[in-house]
Ligand binder design. Structure first.
Ligand code: HEC
Length: 266
């Protein structure tokens, strides 16, 4: 073999490998990030929930305010982390969501409605949220500010809310795959929400009962599973692949119920 081979072959391979890695990373990155339109839709939906609670007659529903704020906090921090969008605007929104949750005490239900309304107003200006120059540019640990119940709220059927669990049932129990021309956007959003919620759920492994402490790793594994299946569901819905959507929804419900079988006691 002439020396030139030693030069060219490895160089070629190195370039080829580097290209694969770069493309791979890009694909992965794209796969696990929230597209602009999905982010907008999630913020809009949560703002509508909050507005509805604050304008309805009677007592606003604490848990719906808190859990809507959580979803905004998760979505904004996800984008801050992945350096998508306007970081300062995102940080301003995250701060408002956190302040709203802090103004509604989870344990006592005591709340400061002036603070809640002020934060709601800031958030509801989206996409024209005025940047706060003093917004904290760091990613905050949301656990502690928000509770597992704020996560679960999105999964469950509550009053008028159908809840993610039943949305998934509707897909898996239907004989045919869902009609992608009308349902794909909503299903993709469900996928993104599950991905964001499950990522945070993972952190609640310290809440497992004392007799299950040695199973904390399993908790983390189940939550991670649900998180990844969330991104996959969104991907299949965006590709308008109804057959995959149906099978991934089944996998997702399995991921949920495998964890419930081990850790849920109600
Ligand atoms: C890592 C474990 C884990 C995963 C993954 C998980 N759950 Fe749960 N879930 C729990 C536990 C534990 C509870 C009970 C919480 C409690 O009682 O405090 C619960 C509670 C619930 C509730 C009841 C909430 C309420 O307020 O009534 C629903 C509904 C639910 N989960 C749906 C889902 C769905 C849908 C998924 C999948 C997309 C999922 N869960 C994924 C552990 C998990």
């Amino acid at each position: 073999m002439k020396p030139i081979h030693f030069v060219w072959l490895p160089t070629f391979l190195a370039v080829a490998l580097a290209t694969v890695t770069v493309n791979g990373a890009n694909d992965q990155e794209k796969r696990f990030t929230l597209p602009d339109a999905a982010f907008d839709a999630i913020v809009k939906e949560m703002n509508a929930n909050i507005r509805e609670e604050l304008t309805a007659q009677g007592d606003p529903w604490d848990m719906r305010l808190r859990s809507s704020a959580l979803m905004i906090a998760l979505a904004t921090q996800h984008r801050m982390f992945h350096k998508q969008g306007d970081a300062r605007q995102l940080a301003t929104m995250r701060d408002a969501a956190v302040r709203m949750a802090r103004a509604i005490d989870f344990d006592t239900g005591k709340r400061n409605m002036d603070v809640v309304r002020k934060q709601a107003e800031i958030l509801d200006a989206y996409p024209q949220v005025k940047e706060n120059p003093e917004a904290l540019m760091e990613i905050l640990k949301l656990k502690g500010i928000f509770e597992q119940e704020d996560i679960d709220f999105h999964f469950a059927r509550k009053r008028k809310q159908i809840g993610i669990e039943r949305e998934l049932f509707a897909i898996t129990r239907a004989t045919k795959p869902p009609p992608m021309d009308t349902a794909s956007e909503k299903i993709a959003l469900t996928g993104y929400k599950v991905a964001l919620l499950a990522e945070m759920l993972r952190e609640f492994d310290d809440r497992v009962r004392p007799q299950k402490v040695n199973q904390r790793k399993e908790w983390v594994a189940h939550a991670t599973d649900a998180q990844y299946v969330g991104w996959q569901l969104a991907e299949a819905a965006n590709a308008k692949d109804g057959v995959s959507v149906k099978s991934i929804a089944t996998r997702m419900l399995n991921a949920c119920s495998e964890c419930h079988a081990k850790f849920r006691c109600d």
